[in-house]
Design a protein around this ligand. Structure first.
Ligand SMILES: *[C@@H]1O[C@H](CO)[C@@H](O)[C@H](O)[C@H]1NC(C)=O
Ligand SMILES: *[C@@H]1O[C@H](CO)[C@@H](O)[C@H](O)[C@H]1NC(C)=O
Length: 192
């Protein structure tokens, strides 16, 4: 197959052809220099821990799950909506109360286990009266997801780092699947 031989020799398509040794050479040539890799261009600091309490999904959504694209049944995955009832946030970067919100993860049933793509919106207010809104997205198995929070928050300079930084979060549900712990780290460009 001439055409495939040609395509697979291009570095751009190297991931498509694992058996071609030429691709390994191409990948090595593009490796990041050791000096650049050794200097981490980010500061990473613990920011806060959130404890959220979810309400149950609507009974109707459990009876008739909302299927994801590709099928009318549940085999391809479902959307599982749950209200966020309450939450508290404590930490060096943020102390706040979550007053409402909504979680609607996509739940995929795979041969490797259940994979969730969380999607959460929540609203709250800081202990000094500043409104905030968070959007959380990510991926992972049911019991340990890596996610990102994008935060919209007022409060001027005090909360600027939360507005401008990248917030990386680990999401761990309790066994009851009702209480969820979100541990958040603030990643900032140290060259900024
Ligand atoms: C997920 O897979 C398990 C094991 O194969 C099966 O028992 C269960 O019914 C599946 N759930 C859905 C929603 O398809
Ligand atoms: C949150 O509260 C803790 C404990 O009182 C305090 O150390 C921290 O500075 C507070 N964080 C903010 C951003 O106010």
């Amino acid at each position: 197959m001439r055409i495939f031989g040609k395509i697979s020799s291009l570095a751009l398509f190297s991931a498509l052809s694992f058996a071609n040794p030429i691709n390994d050479v191409d990948l090595d040539a593009r490796a990041v220099p050791a000096s650049a890799a050794a200097t981490l261009p980010f500061n990473i600091n613990y920011a806060f821990t959130a404890r959220l309490t979810l309400g149950p999904p609507p009974a109707s959504a459990l009876r008739n799950p909302i299927p994801l694209a590709g099928g009318s049944g549940t085999a391809n995955g479902i959307l599982l909506p749950s209200p966020i009832l309450t939450g508290t946030v404590t930490g060096p970067a943020l102390n706040a109360t979550i007053t409402s919100g909504f979680a609607i993860p996509a739940v995929y049933n795979t041969t490797a286990g259940t994979i969730q793509i969380p999607a959460t919106n929540a609203y709250g207010v800081t202990d000094d009266g500043v409104e905030l809104y968070i959007v959380q997205s990510g991926v992972g198995p049911q019991l340990g997801q890596t996610t990102r929070i994008q935060m919209s928050i007022g409060g001027g300079a005090k909360y600027a780092r939360l507005r401008d930084g990248f917030i990386l979060t680990a999401l761990t549900p309790d066994a009851d699947h009702i209480h969820i712990t979100v541990t958040a780290y603030l990643i900032e460009n140290s060259q900024a």
